[in-house]
Design a binder for this molecule. Sequence first.
Ligand SMILES: Cc1cc2nc3c(=O)[nH]c(=O)nc-3n(C[C@H](O)[C@H](O)[C@H](O)COP(=O)(O)OP(=O)(O)OC[C@H]3O[C@@H](n4cnc5c(N)ncnc54)[C@H](O)[C@@H]3O)c2cc1C
Length: 575
Amino acid sequence: MKTYFHEGLRLYLGEGVDWNSYFTLRKGTAADVPGERAALVEILETAAQICEGLEPELRGGWSESARLENGEVVYPGHIEKAYRTLAEAGLVSFGVEEKYGGFGLPTVVTNMVLQMIARADAGLMTVIGLQAGVADDLQLYASEELKDRYLPRFASGELMGAMDLTEPAAGSDLGGITTRATEVDGRIRLDGSKIFITNGGAEIHLVLARDAEHFDASKGTTRGLSLFLCPRTLPDGRRNGVRVVRLEDKLGIHGSPTAAIEFEDAEAYLVGVKGEGFKAMLTLMNNARLGVAAQGIGISEAAVHAAVGYARERKQFGAPILEQPLMKNILARMVLALEGSRALLYRTCVLVDRNRSIRAYLEGEAVSADERERYEAIHERNEVRIRLLTPLAKYLATESCDEITRHAIQVHGGLGYMAESEVGKLHNDAIITTIYEGTSEIQVSFALREIGKGALSIVFDEVRRELETMKDEPLASYAERVRDGIERVLEASPALMSDARYALLSAQSLAEVVISVIVAAELLKQAQLDPSRLDHAASWIERRMVDLDARTKRIRAGTVDLLDRCERMIALTGA
Ligand SMILES: Cc1cc2nc3c(=O)[nH]c(=O)nc-3n(C[C@H](O)[C@H](O)[C@H](O)COP(=O)(O)OP(=O)(O)OC[C@H]3O[C@@H](n4cnc5c(N)ncnc54)[C@H](O)[C@@H]3O)c2cc1C
C-alpha cells in the first residue's frame, strides 16, 4: 500500500469489472473499450497524485473548523484550496455525465476517488461526497431545465450542494419531518428548520419537505414527502429565504461545516414526482452510503499505513515492536478488516455499474423484445443484491474503520493518546462514518428487511456459483468451508423470521454472518486472480467461520425472551 493508487485498487480495476460489457452496453459496440479504460486509469492516477500531494497540508490543518461570518460559511483555507485543486482537475462531481461537462465516472471509480480524498482528509471527503451525491440525484430526478441550469456548474465545481433531511425530531426516522412545502399559484415555498446539514452554506439545497395539502394526514410517515431544489440565490439574482443559523463544533471532520438551517418562505422547485421524495432520497442515500463506506476505507488505509510505519520504527525490548507476535496479530487484523471492507464495497459498486449500463442499453431503441426481457430479469436480480449489499457494505467499512483506527492508537501506545497524534485524529474522524447516512443499527435493520423479503437466496446463488469455479487446491478446500457457512446461515435464519422483535435483536449478528460468507467468496476470487492474496482469504475464512459457527448457534438457540433479559439488566442499573 505504498501509494494512493496501489495494487488493491489496480487489481479490481483490471480484473474485477467486465469493462467490455459495461462500455458496449452504455455506448454501443463501437465503444473504444481500451481507450475508455486507459482514461479511467489516468483519472485515478491524477486523483492519487493530487491527494498524496495535498495530504501534508490537510493533516496540518485538521483542527481548523469552518466559520460563520455575517451569515456566510467560510471554509478553512486548506479545505478551500484543496477543493479548488480537485475542481480544476474535474474531480468534484464525478458522476455528472459528459453532456453536462462531467466525466460520468462509473460508481466503482467514483468510490476509489472518494477513498483517496478521505485518506488525505476525511472532512474534505465529506464536503465533496455530498457535492457529488446532490449532483447525481439532480441528474436522475430533476427536470431538463433544472439540469441544464445547474449541472454544468456542479461539474466545474462552481456550485456546491447540500442535502437537507435531518430535523430536530427527524433523525433515523424521516417520518418525523415537519418542514412544510406550500404550493400557491404553481410556486412552491418552504418553511421549517433542518439540523446537522453538511455544506449548509452551499448554493444548492436538496430538501425533503412535507406537502402542505396532506400535512396532517401524512404526519409521522414518509408518505407526503417531496424533494425540492432550493437555491440560495434565485435565477433573477434575488436572495432566497434560506439561512444558516449556526455551525456545530464537532469531535472530528472539522474541515466540513455542519449547519443548522432555516427556511422562511423560501422558493423551491420540485425534483421528481410529488409525494415520492422519500423514494428519490433513498437513491441518493444509497449512493451516499457507498460513499461513506469508501470514506471509511480511506481513513482505514491512512491508519494502517501510520500504524505499520510506527511499528517498524519504534523499538522496545531491543527490537522494533513489529517483531512482537501480538503486534503482528493486531496489524494483520487491521489489514484483514480493511481488505474485507474493500472487497464488499467494490463488489457492490460493480453491481451498481452493471445495472447502470443495463439501463442505458434498455433506453436505446434497437433492443429486441427477447433481449429486453433477458436484461430486465438480470437488472431485477441485481437490484435485489444491491439492496442487501449496500447497507452491509456501509456497516462493515465504517465499523471496521472505527476498530482499525482504535487499534492504530493502541499500536502507538501513549503517543497515540496525545491530542496531536495523527491516529487519534483519524479515530475522531472515523466515528462519524458509523452515524451519518444511517447509523450502523439502521443499516443492519435494512439488511434484515431485505433478507425477510427473500434476498438471501439470490445473493447466495451467485456466491455458490463463484465457489463452484474453485476446483483446485488450496482454494477448493476454502470454498468448501464457505459453502458450509452458507448452509449454517440458511439453517439459522428461519429462527429469526418467526418473531419480528427477536429478528431485530439479532439483526447485527445476522448481518455479520452474511458478510462473512460474501466477503470470503470475494477474497477467494481475488486469490484466484492473484495467488499472493491467498493469505487474506485464508485468514478471513479461518477467523470468520469460527465466529459464524458461534453466532448461528446462538441465533438458533435464542428466543424473544432474551429481550426481557436485556430489559431486566438495563433496569438494574437504576438509570
Ligand atoms: C457531522 C454530521 C453531518 C451530517 N450531515 C448531514 C447532512 O448533510 N444532511 C442531513 O440531512 N443529515 C446529516 N446528518 C444527520 C445524520 O444523518 C443523523 O445524525 C443520523 O441519521 C442519526 O440521526 P440522529 O442523530 O437523530 O440519531 P437518532 O435517530 O436519534 O438515533 C440515536 C440512536 O438510536 C439508534 N436508533 C434509532 N432508531 C433505531 C431503530 N429503529 N433501531 C435500532 N436503533 C435505532 C441509532 O442507531 C442511534 O444509535 C449529519 C450528522 C452529523 C453528526
